[in-house]
Design a binder for this molecule. Structure first.
Ligand code: ZN
Ligand code: ZN
Length: 303
């Protein structure tokens, strides 16, 4: 059965390779290059369930490790040492290798199975995968909503994971590295991966159940951006051009590194507002801002 990625295949010639598929889609002038590539991929694969599963698995591997690679190189160039947040020594090659093995095992054993159920689930709840894609304004709005909601989910469940048995049996694994590095972003217990991963995958699903409006391409872009955010937050580097200098509410490595360093506080993933409003910012900077707030409040009372 041909893919359901497009509604009308009249005029399409026989397809034996990806470039044949692309040549067919290339004739549809109303599609942009991303839509043509997306359509060709599904059409060439000829099995939508397999195509979605493989696409998401490859996107995860490619963009996670692809984003770790520049950090891996930067760590080995002494020029960048002055930008390291913590002066402590980086974990050894052996320790990083252990981390890589653990992350890969979790990708292949834990994630490789449920991913094949993703396409049937999308069909069930109405996440579309056909071309053309929705308008860019819809995509941008949904990405913003996902970032804000995931951050809230992450803040509360991550904060919860720091309590008693949850920490001892689940979250302790992620805190093995007090000075994190990119690859350590997904170094976590499988229960933590599922719980915090729900913020990334479950929120778009709930969004679609409620609004009936979501495209698989948007989820793909969202996952890539979220992977970049997570890897960068663990990079261990703070540059004068880091994003939070331009967007003061963006968390970045500066924020999450303090969480690993001081262990208590700075629980959110992408933004600083939860930790700021609820007074849970980590480290000396957090302490200073808490003291400042208390001082302002005390002055107000005495006036
Ligand atoms: Zn933690
Ligand atoms: Zn972390």
């Amino acid at each position: 059965m041909a893919s359901q990625v497009y509604h009308d295949y009249t005029g399409f010639t026989n397809v034996t390779s990806f470039s044949d598929a692309f040549n067919n889609f290339n004739q549809i002038e109303s599609l942009n290059v991303f839509e043509k590539l997306w359509g060709s991929y599904y059409y060439y694969m000829g099995n939508d369930i397999f195509a979605t599963g493989l696409l998401f698995f490859c996107v995860h591997e490619l963009f996670y490790f692809g984003r770790c690679l520049p950090w891996f190189i930067i760590e080995r160039i002494p020029y960048f040492d002055k930008y390291r947040i913590q002066e402590t020594k980086l974990p050894s090659n052996q320790e990083q290798w252990e981390c890589l093995k653990s992350v890969l095992t979790s990708h292949f054993l834990v994630e490789a199975f449920p991913i094949w159920f993703f396409h049937p689930l999308c069909k069930q709840i109405g996440i579309s995968f056909q071309v053309p894609f929705p308008p860019i304004t819809d995509i941008l709005l949904q990405l913003t909503v996902f970032f804000v909601l995931e951050d809230a989910w992450h803040y509360w469940f991550h904060r919860g994971l720091h309590h008693g048995v949850f920490y001892k049996y689940i979250h302790k694994q992620h805190h093995r590295y007090a000075a994190p590095f990119g690859l350590a972003a997904e170094y976590a217990h499988p229960i933590e991966v599922a719980l915090l991963g729900f913020g990334t995958v479950g929120i778009p699903i709930i969004w679609c159940i409620i609004t009936k409006k979501l495209h698989l391409f948007t989820i793909c872009v969202w996952i890539i951006l979220r992977l970049f955010q997570a890897v960068d937050a663990h990079s261990g580097y703070e540059f004068p051009w880091s994003l939070h200098h331009f967007l003061p509410f963006w968390a970045g490595a500066d924020h999450h590194d303090e969480h690993h360093h001081y262990f208590i506080g700075s629980y959110a993933s992408s933004f600083r507002w939860w930790d700021f409003v609820l007074d849970t910012e980590a480290g000396p900077k957090g302490k200073q801002s808490r003291e400042q707030k208390m001082k302002v409040q005390a002055e107000k009372k005495t006036q």
